[in-house]
Design a binder for this molecule. Sequence first.
Ligand code: HEM
Length: 345
Amino acid sequence: MEQKPVYYSEYLQLDKILNAQEPESTKAGIRADDEMLFIIIHQSYELWFKQIIHEVNIAREVFSKPQIPDNSPELMNVVHRLRRVGLILQMLVEKMDIIESMTPLDFLDFRDLLRPASGFQSIQFKQLEALLGLKFEQRHGQNYYTSQLNKEDIDRVKNSEKEVSLLELVINWLERMPFFDHASWAQEFDKHNSDHPFWQQYREVYFATLQPDERQNDVGFNMLFMNNQDYPAERRLSPEANRHALFIMLYRDYPLLQLPYQLISTLLDIDSLMGQWRSRHLAMVKRMIGSRTGTGGSTGAGYLKSAMDSHFIYKEFAELTSYLVQRNKLPKLDDSLEQKLMFSS
Ligand code: HEM
């Protein structure tokens, strides 16, 4: 059967998109020339949120597989898609300039007509946070972050919170990495003892690099990398995932670890860009409404600042940089492990 020729505006459903701007000021018979910009900018953000969620879901799907080789096309695909998420977020941060071209007085022309609607009701934003890995327990304003939503939308947010997040999948994947099994080390060790010979050796190297006023880092090191019993219960990364992530960061120059390193690095970029978006949005909000409460009923800038400070999702990866040492001090790896990391085994 011959395929019907595709027509540009039908394919893109432009009749729906271009007829989806209905300013409240027009309905109220009030002149507010900037409400069109306000609607279009929010709609375009929501479209980009949709694209980001699409990319994150593909990454989650790949990571749901029981096995993903470290140098596989699947892992390359994940890194590629998450990098794209970073690029989109970067553009969304910069796009704040456009909404900032609306002055506070221009906004006041129609602001009261919008109550109680607000970006606070953006389901996609809350879903994105949850799918990336933000837990309900970590949320600022747990009592009211869904307070302005209808029942159907609360269910949509709650369902996303029940899904296995990208962070959880990455943790499972990190745990499966066989760096510290017997086959990779010439030296004998008790596998029930979490003080693996590598970490004993690395601890000495690390301690030797500490400056006098950094000596307290040794307590953190012991807690995070040596003895599983002391590992902080509140950390999202499991002890194994934590050790494997630092190992990847340390030995990232080996071919097999380059993609895993890029993955961790891209997650950190995403966290940083989400933070930058929150920071730009907060600055814009302060300038636009000062100390007034938000149309969504939160304290406004106060709420946004606390959410910005507490909603970093991949911060435990960022904290690992405190435990790096310079390349020329890295312990030499056993030959068998080195060969595996060079793809030559
Ligand atoms: C004049 C421009 C804007 C103002 C004055 C403004 C104001 C606010 C305020 C005060 C809040 C806190 C919740 C509340 O309303 O009580 C908020 C939340 C939010 N806004 Fe905006 N906003 C503006 C533009 C935008 C744009 C263009 C977007 C893009 C989608 C956006 C997305 C969001 C999101 C996602 C939240 C929830 C943030 C969170 O829970 O961490 N806002 N906004």
